[in-house]
Ligand binder design. Structure first.
Ligand code: SF4
Length: 461
């Protein structure tokens, strides 16, 4: 029999905890589920000890993420077995792709669901799917990214076919969310105190091509920038092969747009880009990055690269190394390849030997560390706007305009500044992945005044 909305024995709403693994897109899904459950009379809790139900939102992006997801599901099953009446459900990218396998391997789970199976999940929890009304729909695009900050998911899915990536299988074809819905959502967020919007999607630079037959990211940013209260707009997950240099040039001025872009190069050697099915070249990527930087010093280009893909020879790696050295990305992440079932990469044979791949990763990370440190040292004595996220002992910690939530560096500021607010901070010290500073104006900072907007030449068609 389906569980009633309220536990008869305790006369209180059932309590649900969601454990989220993986990226910001998964966080948005978790927030969506939490919103739907709250609308259906459930209580959302943050501790296992308080929960009646745990939902594990899995990630299947790379092997390490899969292993972690399985471990978390096993821990949740142990939690369930410790007390009668508890239940565990699983959702997300991994269950979307490997649902049958997971059901067979973990029969203790009370339900295994794919991405966006909200009605089925609510039904399994005994909630009434009809209680999902129109006002709930408006919460489907965003998730918290920290105090004063929210992710706004402008698209989902991906229609590309990079040879190392299973995301299109897990999240389906590319689809943009309508501009009006996103603007409505952003207005609601601004009213709740959100100052920063991080625009996310599997790839954001193609926003609009499916709905409006043209790229509409600039128009979307302009509409979002008009919203009172929104001060920063960040963009992550650009797709270099579909990001022409002109698109990133300085012809359009979008107020409030951060001088930051996440531009995952993946590789630079022509042979590897071809094997990876990335329809671009090192020269084209460099052109796009130069257009984005446009001679400015205060711009951050983040990249991710993959080493150890099948067929990567020393000479290919050296080309990647030289590319990283030449471009001097302000931020970079390096991953070793692991084969993903159902992708073209799986058919290309064995990956590069693990020890070799790890050496390559290590060399790139050492190079990147030097670049980050030298870039950070140049910031000493300058003043930066910093969005404060939390307090630890007598210091405030936050992010500069060069840092995306949960990914990049952080800034430690002396004193207790108001969280969720943007403060002007004078940089006094630098490490590779951290800056230290003091509030430029203690009086202003203590009142929690924000830095206001700043216009930057960034995107155009
Ligand atoms: S662009 Fe490539 S790496 Fe990015 S989600 Fe699509 S297939 Fe995966």
């Amino acid at each position: 029999m389906a569980m009633k909305r309220h536990c008869a024995a305790e006369l209180r709403p059932p309590r649900v905890m969601i454990q989220t693994l993986g990226c910001a897109k998964n966080s948005v899904d978790s927030e969506t589920l939490a919103g739907l459950l709250q609308q259906s009379g459930f209580e959302y809790v943050h501790r296992e000890s308080q929960a009646d139900v745990i939902v594990v939102n899995t990630c299947g992006f790379i092997d390490d993420a899969k292993v972690e997801s399985i471990q978390v599901m096993l821990e949740a099953v142990r939690w369930k077995q410790a007390r009668k009446g508890r239940r565990v459900l699983a959702m997300g990218c991994l269950t979307q792709r490997d649902g049958s396998e997971i059901r067979a391997e973990l029969p203790e789970l009370d339900g295994v669901f794919g991405i966006g199976d909200w009605s089925a999940m609510l039904a399994a929890l005994g909630a009434n799917p009809l209680s999902v009304n129109e006002s709930t729909e408006v919460t489907l695009y965003s998730g918290k990214a920290g105090p004063g900050s929210a992710y706004l998911r402008i698209s989902d899915g991906c229609s590309h076919a990079c040879a190392f990536c299973a995301i299109p299988q897990m999240r389906g074809l590319y689809r943009s969310e309508p501009i009006e819905s996103l603007v409505d959502e952003a207005r609601l967020l601004a009213r709740t105190g959100v100052r920063e919007l991080m625009l996310i999607g599997q790839e954001t630079t193609s926003y609009g091509v499916d709905l409006y037959r043209k790229r509409m990211l600039v128009e979307l940013c302009q509409r979002l920038a008009d919203i009172d209260g929104i001060e920063w707009i960040g963009i992550v997950y650009a797709h270099p092969p579909s990001t022409p240099a002109g698109f990133l040039s300085g012809r359009a001025r979008v107020p409030k747009l951060l001088p930051y872009i996440d531009f995952p190069s993946e590789h630079a050697a022509p042979r590897m880009l071809k094997l990876m099915n990335r329809k671009t070249s090192a020269a084209k990527m460099k052109e796009a990055i130069d257009a984005f930087r446009d001679g400015r010093d205060n711009v951050c280009v983040r990249t991710t690269v993959l080493v150890g893909f099948p067929g990567e020879m020393d000479s290919d790696f050296e080309q990647l190394y030289e590319f990283m050295k030449d471009v001097r990305f302000e931020r970079a992440g390096v991953f070793t390849y692991s084969p993903q079932s159902g992708t073209a990469g799986e058919l290309l044979g064995d990956p590069v030997e693990e020890g070799v791949a790890l050496d390559r990763l290590d060399r790139l990370m050492r190079l990147q560390r030097e670049i980050c440190l030298s870039r950070h040292k140049k910031l000493i004595g300058t003043t930066l706007p910093v969005l404060i996220a939390r307090h630890v002992r007598d210091a405030s910690w936050g992010r500069s305009t060069w840092d995306a939530p949960d990914i990049d560096a952080r800034v430690r500021v002396r004193g207790m500044l108001s969280t969720g607010q943007i403060h002007q901070v004078k940089v006094t010290g630098a490490a590779a992945y951290q800056l230290d500073g003091v509030p430029e104006s203690i009086e202003n900072s203590a009142r929690g005044e924000s830095c206001g907007s700043f216009a930057l030449p960034v995107l155009s068609h």
